[in-house]
Design a protein around this ligand. Structure first.
Ligand code: DGJ
Length: 730
């Protein structure tokens, strides 16, 4: 049981093993946010919200019948605008008379077992109704008939609370919805800082901390995808929060399009946290009787710092976001041809590479871009999903048969949402792309974006991918998306619905991915958008892993992977060993350093094995053998960050697997420093009473020693130093 209602105090208590979230039904009228934090065992504390003595500038007695009632400072669960709360509202609408005022009040509540799925949107799920409980609060505006349902699901053992809202037009006139947050809550005391993951292509998921002052601090995307620039995640912390201590209030949004997560500190230092679809240029026509469902937000509270927050997200994402055959399976070690061949290959060359890959122990060969239409560079053919007979005379089917005959699986790259102006598809359907009549169709990598909200476009993508996937034994798809949306207009929508395009795009994308992943359940789909431009839980409801960045330079990857690991489990984060010097930065790194950087994640390769020396191939073979042995521990263990590349020169990570029986630790020192001090660090999250054997040696370490005296590093000199330890509890 994760939710209760105390009729006397009027308090709903939503709880998990370590977290409580309480809502006070204020005078049976407004659901107020009472508490979110460490688990408490009392649901009678309405006195927590007794108003402090505040008079200046306050609009008192606005309603209901309470002399001290003022919306100015009350903490709401889903606030409206225009009735004396002047902070950002949770939703915004314009009615048929042009007004934007509504005042929904509490009407009903119910608690149900399990977790309802969201219509048309991906969301977390439970396999049995015992895994979660859901509270649904219904609010109604008596003048307009507007109805708002707030959904709260408690995943008790996972320590995650999910939220979303459904807004229904119960009136007689059409209403324009100009914004609707997935969640909104008002904390009595705001935190000092917001942690966000930002960057750009080749520099994804960089951790930034921003001070929270009075007013709004936001992270958002207006690019049509969740974006490189802003991952849909934020953690609200105080200055003293570290990886192992301090409070964290975190939100991750299950959405892949324009979003906004913000904190708004008011004049009293209270803080409103909101997350949802970005309201900028969003307009959704709500006809009488119709509803709008917001995406889902995942809420995690930790009283033990960022490490515990990440662990909570990782376990939850692996079990309640991931789905399908691959959820509980280790992922194959793959070789991707992109950096080996780019656009220049043919059947025989791919086979030659596949043969060497097989000898090295690789399990899956992925043919990246360039296999279709007449695509010899990035200026043509997107949309024409049939093999280029010049490069592949026996088609994908012939190639797949030959690769399978070697005992290797085969995968293929697609960029399904895109269309090249130089393509048969564009010549046949110039109106299928997103565009505004009479305006330039801005090209980006010489391509345009298909209007995913259109059913004919969705059907075309489903049919063309199905034709290839159904024609042979493909085991994997890399789903790429290399441009952002500009000139957002649709030839299929009337003027009053153009503001729906961006969200309809995402809904269309989800519908296509749902159909294809259900139709081809044996295929492993990897998410990619120029690397990590759409790495979010929405995409990961369909896809089993994610290409975190096109930057495969090992030193850059330390930061990218450190950031991605804040929210996403290592099994989702694909990490490829590439050539040295590296193609993006032209930096050279030893094969061992590159191996160690990729090893704690989902290992793959992105290099031309045909150019490697026999001794390097032998080393590769050893790497893959080692990885396969460690793979279940790495891919299903608990990952923690020990040293941060954002805070010092060095990085260290660990994985605790099989209930702490195995502790894997990696240390990286990218650059030598003169006259170094003693190098070492302490290992958290292990059993301090137990003894551990260093695997591959006779050395025994006591847990208390590793936790408090720490490990020492064997570095003597030189750049790109790394070290790995595997401890087994005895
Ligand atoms: C961008 C991706 O991120 C790369 O990995 C590669 O697949 C290229 N697209 C191919 O065009």
């Amino acid at each position: 049981m994760g939710i209760t209602f105390n009729g006397e105090s009027g308090i709903f208590h939503i709880f998990t093993n370590r977290t409580s979230y309480q809502i006070l039904l204020y005078q049976n009228t407004y659901p107020l946010h009472l508490y979110w934090g460490h688990r408490v065992y009392d649901d009678t504390c309405s006195w927590q919200l007794e108003a402090p003595y505040r008079r200046a500038g306050i609009l008192l007695n606005s309603q209901p019948d309470d002399a001290m009632f003022s919306r100015e400072y009350l903490p709401f669960e889903y606030p409206c605008y225009g009735t004396s709360d002047f902070r950002t509202p949770a939703y915004d609408l314009t009615d048929s008379r042009g007004h934007g005022i509504s005042d929904p009040r509490f009407a009903d509540w119910k608690i149900v077992s399990g977790k309802p799925q969201l219509e048309g949107l991906p969301s977390s799920y439970c396999e049995s109704p015992e895994e979660a409980q859901t509270l649904i609060l219904t609010l109604k505006d008596s003048v307009s008939g507007l109805q708002i349902e707030l959904f709260y699901s408690a995943f008790e053992s996972s320590d995650v609370i999910t939220r979303h809202a459904r807004i229904t037009n119960g009136g007689q006139e059409t209403v324009m919805l100009n914004g609707a947050a997935s969640m909104s809550l008002d904390m009595k005391h705001g935190t000092d800082q917001m942690i966000q993951l930002c960057g750009t292509a080749l520099r994804e998921t960089h951790i930034e901390k921003r001070a929270l002052g009075t007013g709004v601090t936001a992270i958002e995307s207006l690019r049509g995808v969740s974006s490189h620039q802003a991952n849909p995640f934020a953690a609200f912390v105080n200055r003293d929060t570290t990886e192992t201590q301090g409070e964290v209030f975190a939100v991750s949004l299950v959405y892949s399009g324009n979003f906004r997560i913000q904190a708004e500190k008011d004049m009293y230092g209270s803080m409103r946290i909101q997350a949802g679809i970005n309201p900028y240029q969003f307009r959704w026509q709500l006809e009488p009787g119709s509803s709008f469902t917001t995406p889902e937000a995942l809420l995690v509270y930790s009283s033990e710092g960022l490490g515990a927050m990440s662990c909570c997200f990782h376990r939850f994402m692996r079990r309640h976001i991931s789905r399908g055959e691959y959820r509980d399976q280790v992922r194959p070690v793959l070789l991707n041809t992109w950096e080996a061949f780019y656009f220049s290959f043919n059947h025989d060359r791919v086979l030659e590479l596949a043969r060497t890959a097989k000898q090295a122990g690789i399990e899956l060969l992925v043919l990246d871009d360039g296999w279709f239409g007449h695509r010899d560079n990035d200026r043509s053919s997107l949309g024409d999903w049939y093999p280029d007979a010049k490069k592949l005379p026996r088609g994908i089917r012939g190639l797949c048969e030959d690769i399978n005959a070697m005992g290797l699986k085969m995968g293929l790259w697609f960029e399904p949402e895109m269309i090249s102006p130089d393509s048969d598809l564009y010549r046949a359907h110039p109106d299928w792309c997103i565009h505004v009549p009479d305006r330039k169709r801005t090209q980006w990598r010489s391509q345009l974006v298909l209007d995913m909200g259109r059913l004919d476009v969705q059907q075309y993508i489903i049919d063309s991918l199905s034709a290839i996937l159904g024609s042979c034994n493909l085991s994997y798809v890399k789903w790429d998306c290399n441009r952002r949306i500009t000139e957002a207009g649709s030839a299929a929508l009337p003027p009053e619905r153009q503001g729906e395009l961006m969200h309809r795009y995402v809904l269309g994308l989800y519908a296509v991915m749902k159909t294809l992943t259900e139709r081809f359940p044996h295929v492993l789909f990897e998410n990619c958008a120029s690397g990590g431009a759409r790495f979010d839980p929405g995409m990961m409801c369909y896809f089993a892993q994610n290409w975190a960045s096109d930057n495969t330079d090992a030193i850059s990857r330390l930061k990218i992977q450190q950031g991605a690991s804040m929210v996403y489990p290592p099994i989702w984060i694909t990490s490829h060993i590439s050539a040295s010097p590296n193609h993006q930065l032209n930096r050279s790194c030893s094969l061992q350093f590159r191996e160690h950087v990729c090893q704690p994640f989902n290992l793959g390769y992105e290099l031309d094995l045909l150019q490697m020396q026999p001794e390097e191939l032998a080393q590769l073979n050893e790497q893959i053998k080692t990885y396969k042995q460690l793979r279940p521990l790495i891919q299903f263990g608990d990952f923690y960050r020990i040293l941060s590349p954002f805070e010092g020169d060095d990085t260290a990570w660990m994985i605790s697997a099989e209930q702490g029986k195995h502790i894997l630790v990696w240390y990286y020192k990218p650059y030598a420093q003169p006259e170094e001090s003693y190098l070492g660090f302490k290992i958290p999250h292990l059993d301090e009473q137990a003894a551990y054997r260093l695997v591959g040696s006779d050395r025994i370490y006591h847990g208390s020693v590793l936790a408090h005296m720490g490990l020492t590093i064997d570095w003597k000199n030189g750049d790109h130093f790394s070290q790995f330890w595997h401890f087994e509890k005895i």
